[in-house]
Write a protein of this length. Structure first.
Length: 303
C-alpha cells in the first residue's frame, strides 16, 4: 500500500493489530484487549465523521479523553484506554501514516497504588498441607499447587507446562512466558518431591492410555484450563478454612512477597517472575514495607 494516500482508520487498525501479532509477538488476549479499546475510539471518530488518520489532531484526542473520563469509568480503565490510544498513534507515526503523534500531550489519570495480595506464609502452609495426596486427584492437586507456589508461574504458563521442561535431577523448570521469553526457575525440594510422586503414581492414571506432553492433567487426560486450576485452588482453599478469595495469581504474589521477606535480591525475583522491567517487580517492595510496618505496629512497645 502506498503511504502517499493514507488508509482509512479502520484499515489502519487492522494493520496495527497485525503488527502487534507478527512483530511484537503479543498474546491473543492482549491483542483482543487493544482491539476492544480501539473499537470504542473508532466508534467515537465515526460519530464525528472522521474516516482517515490525517483528520485526527490533538484536540480530537483530548475530546475523546474528556468523554471517556466523564462516563464514570474507573481510573484504571481510562488509563488502559489511553495506553491503547498512544500505542496505536505511535504505530501510525512509525509507519508514516501520521506526521506527528496527537497523543503526545495526553495525560493518564493518576492511579492509586494497588498492592498485590499475598497470603501469609502460615496460610500457604495450611493450604498445601491440608491436601491429602490421594491418587490421582489429591496427589495432582498437591503437586500442582506446591509447584505453582514454588515457581511463581502465571496460570497460563502452568497449564501449558510440558513434562520435558522440568529437570527433575537438577531441580529447575524452563518456563515460556510473555512474548515467548524463556526463563529458568528453581523448584524447591518439597515441590519437586510431590511432582515426582505425581509423575510416578498419579499422572498415568489420568492419562488412561492416552499421550500428552503437558505436566498437569484433567480427569480426561488433557491439559487443565485456567478456570480448571482456579476452581481446584478455590476448592482447596475452602477446605483449608481460608475465607478470603484465593486465585492462582495470589500464589504468584505470595511467592514473590515471601522471597523478598526472606531477603532475596529484587533482581533475582524479577528474573524468576519473568518481568521485563524491574519497576514491575518493585511493587513487591511496597508489600514488604507494609508487612514490616505491620510487624512493628504489632510487636513494638511504641508501635
Amino acid at each position: 500500500m502506498s503511504r502517499k494516500s493514507t488508509p482509512p482508520v479502520r484499515l489502519a487498525l487492522s494493520e496495527f493489530l497485525a503488527y502487534l501479532k507478527t512483530e511484537r509477538g503479543l498474546s491473543p488476549n492482549t491483542i483482543e484487549s487493544y482491539r476492544r479499546d480501539l473499537e470504542k475510539y473508532l466508534a467515537f471518530l465515526k460519530a464525528l465523521g472522521v474516516e482517515r488518520p490525517e483528520e485526527i489532531d490533538s484536540a480530537l484526542v483530548h475530546q475523546y479523553a474528556e468523554e471517556a473520563g466523564s462516563r464514570g469509568l474507573s481510573a484504571r480503565t481510562v488509563a488502559r484506554r489511553f495506553t491503547s490510544l498512544r500505542i496505536f498513534h505511535r504505530f501510525l507515526v512509525r509507519d508514516g501514516i501520521l506526521a506527528k503523534d496527537p497523543t503526545a500531550k495526553l495525560l493518564s489519570p493518576r492511579l492509586p497504588l494497588r498492592l498485590p495480595h499475598a497470603l501469609p506464609v502460615q496460610e500457604v502452609e495450611r493450604l498445601l498441607e491440608g491436601i491429602a495426596p490421594a491418587v490421582p486427584f489429591g496427589l495432582r492437586d498437591r503437586a500442582m499447587l506446591e509447584f505453582l507456589y514454588a515457581t511463581g508461574m502465571r496460570v497460563g504458563e502452568l497449564t501449558h507446562f510440558p513434562v520435558r521442561a522440568l529437570n527433575r535431577k537438577e531441580g529447575f523448570a524452563r518456563c515460556i512466558g510473555k512474548g515467548d521469553k524463556e526463563r529458568v526457575v528453581p523448584v524447591g525440594r518439597r515441590a519437586l518431591h510431590f511432582v515426582e510422586r505425581y509423575l510416578d503414581e498419579a499422572r498415568w492414571v489420568l492419562l488412561k492410555g492416552r499421550r500428552s506432553e503437558i505436566l498437569f492433567l484433567n480427569y480426561r487426560g488433557g491439559a487443565l484450563s485456567r478456570m480448571g486450576v482456579w476452581k481446584i485452588l478455590a476448592k482447596r482453599a475452602r477446605e483449608a478454612g481460608i475465607e478470603e478469595r484465593v486465585s492462582p495469581h495470589t500464589l504468584r504474589h505470595s511467592f514473590a512477597t515471601h522471597l523478598l521477606e526472606g531477603g532475596a535480591n529484587l533482581r533475582d525475583v524479577q528474573e524468576m517472575l519473568g518481568h521485563s522491567d524491574l519497576s514491575t517487580t518493585q511493587i513487591y517492595t511496597a508489600v514488604d514495607r507494609t508487612y514490616l510496618k505491620e510487624v512493628h505496629r504489632t510487636f513494638h512497645p511504641r508501635g
